[in-house]
Ligand binder design. Structure first.
Ligand SMILES: [Zn+2]
Length: 453
């Protein structure tokens, strides 16, 4: 087993076993029998028509061959793509309950989330056999779910056993690896945001969670073209990186290790139902890829300025009262999103004297902090080329929006969460609007490809 995963598992309290490799599909039965607390229970494979064909049938056979009692598989239709709707979770939960079985999910994000929640509600363990390197939620806890028309993340434990056959991952539709690559690329600017948040004392770095999530990122992103070409050996790095990202969230007890401001772009577009009616629906990782590039470009513009004593002085003088910020939020956003952003931004708002302290702290550490952040980041154009090679989005048009929409999303992203990011530091320094303009100015990352209107 990958040493980092082993280390993660020894600290994670939910996932006990991870098996990643070529050909592990044939050993699923043994692994489940020996690693999951099956006891007297039977097992139930949950798949859709596509994942059944890709791996489900083999999983079912392997479970039987290992001597487990296997119920008739629960197979959802393959088209339209299965949706993480609570009613599907109820279907799975009731089948598990009626048959007294433990779930073995065969699929990617949606199937894993559905079986995770159904098992969580029954307080029983489950196994996931991943079929695509499409996101980092395999080893994460909690399940994003649509219930009564609203998308919420419902609490439930991570899988007890995670199995990933690299040959299966490599044969998955190409947009899925692009999505996983996009989700993992987020750890670059997301990590920089965490370093920054740590530096101002807002969210201290958790050394083990940091090591787990960041340790494997370079290897995971190293072979984008081989991933797109479906080379199974190239998938080891990416799959391990995605699994480690989920484990780091388990160890940390939250999503901080795996997401920074780049994820807020994705969340905000999701609230707008962007690409939800696509077939298949626009994935999390695709939206995150564009958020990641936006944030990488923002960091680059930020670094062209210097945090100086004069800049700090100027920032304190210009720092608005909370009422002014709230009025700005409400003038740009409306409804529940405005309320949400006002609440989140209020939580991280500080008065001028505290801001002086914070910015002085940044100023004093800038000589070491800036190189640390620069080392963490990948130049936006380089990252753009890597995403493109992996089949992930590299321009806003790839996800059906324009550069102007990305530009508009910057401000909502800054207000969206109480978490601290470079967007906050830029706001506090009074640089925010100018930096956003610079990102989208001629010569910028997307200016030639998608001129502003
Ligand atoms: Zn993500």
């Amino acid at each position: 087993m990958n040493a980092a995963i082993e280390k993660g598992l020894s600290h994670a309290d939910q996932t006990k076993v991870v098996e990643v490799g070529r050909g592990v599909l044939a050993r699923v039965g043994e692994i489940v029998r020996d690693s999951m607390d099956v006891g007297e229970a039977s097992v139930l494979v949950v798949a859709d028509e596509r994942t059944w064909a890709a791996a489900g049938e083999a999983v079912d056979a392997s479970l039987r061959a290992a001597g487990l009692r296997v119920e008739d598989a629960l197979i959802f239709p393959g088209t339209p793509a299965l949706y993480a709707a609570y009613e599907h979770c109820e279907t799975i939960r009731e089948r598990l309950r009626e048959t007294g079985s433990l779930g073995v999910a065969v699929g990617a994000g949606t199937l894993n989330d559905l079986v995770k929640l159904a098992s969580g509600e029954l307080e029983q363990p489950y196994t996931v056999v991943g079929t695509a390197a499409s996101m980092d939620g395999y080893t994460g806890f909690g399940a994003p779910m649509t219930r009564d028309g609203v998308k919420v993340t419902m609490p439930c434990p991570a899988p007890q056993v995670v199995i990933f056959d690299l040959d299966v991952a490599a044969a998955a539709p190409p947009n899925m690896v692009g999505s996983g690559y996009g989700d993992l690329s987020a750890k670059i600017p997301g990590g920089a945001d965490w370093l920054l948040s740590d530096a101002v004392g807002w969210e201290p770095l958790h050394p083990l969670a940091w090591e787990l999530v960041q340790g494997g990122v370079a290897e995971a992103l190293a072979r984008p073209a081989d991933l797109a070409a479906g080379d199974p050996d190239a998938y080891a790095g990416l799959v391990n990186g995605l699994i480690l990202s989920g484990l780091s969230m388990q160890v940390y007890g939250g999503t901080r290790p795996a997401s920074g401001a780049e994820h807020y772009f994705s969340h905000l577009w999701e609230l707008d139902h962007l690409g939800q009616d696509w077939e298949p629906p626009l994935s999390h990782g695709f939206k995150v890829a564009i958020g990641t590039l936006a944030m990488s470009a923002f960091y680059e513009r930020f670094f062209l300025r210097d945090v100086t004593a004069e800049a700090v002085e100027k920032a304190i003088v210009g720092w608005p009262a909370w009422e002014t910020i709230e009025a700005d939020i409400r003038s740009r956003l409306s409804g529940t999103l405005a309320d949400h952003c006002a609440k989140e931004t209020r939580a991280k708002y500080i008065e001028a004297p505290a801001l002086r302290e914070r910015l002085t702290q940044v100023l004093d550490s800038w000589g070491t902090l800036k190189p640390q952040l620069e080392k963490q980041l990948i130049p936006a154009r380089e990252l753009q080329a890597m995403l493109k090679a992996a089949g992930a989005p590299s321009v806003p048009e790839d996800i059906g929006i324009t550069a102007a929409t990305v530009k508009d999303t910057f401000l909502s992203a800054a207000y969206y969460r109480s978490r601290y990011s470079v967007l906050d530091l830029a706001r506090e320094l009074g640089w925010f609007d100018e930096l956003v303009d610079e990102v989208f100015a001629p010569g910028g990352l997307w200016s030639e490809l998608s001129p502003l209107d």
